[in-house]
Ligand binder design. Sequence first.
Ligand code: FES
Length: 79
Amino acid sequence: MKIYLNGVEVEATENESVGTFLLKRRQQVLRKTRFNDQPRGMFCGIGVCFDCIVTIDDIANQRACITQLRSGMRIEVTS
Ligand code: FES
């Protein structure tokens, strides 16, 4: 299936989370902290820490680790 990562169309596998998809692409930095601009990425992997928040379909603060990939999804990450 096709999804969009930072505006670029890419091929993705069904039945995996956004977090797994991003890790497979070696996208380790998903956001920067608000005050010190420190990089954050997947940490707990179970929806507890909020380090993996990304923007999905123009909705900010979605947890990549617990969000299922869908065809046509638009994911925005900070790098
Ligand atoms: S990695 Fe902790 S909430 Fe996603």
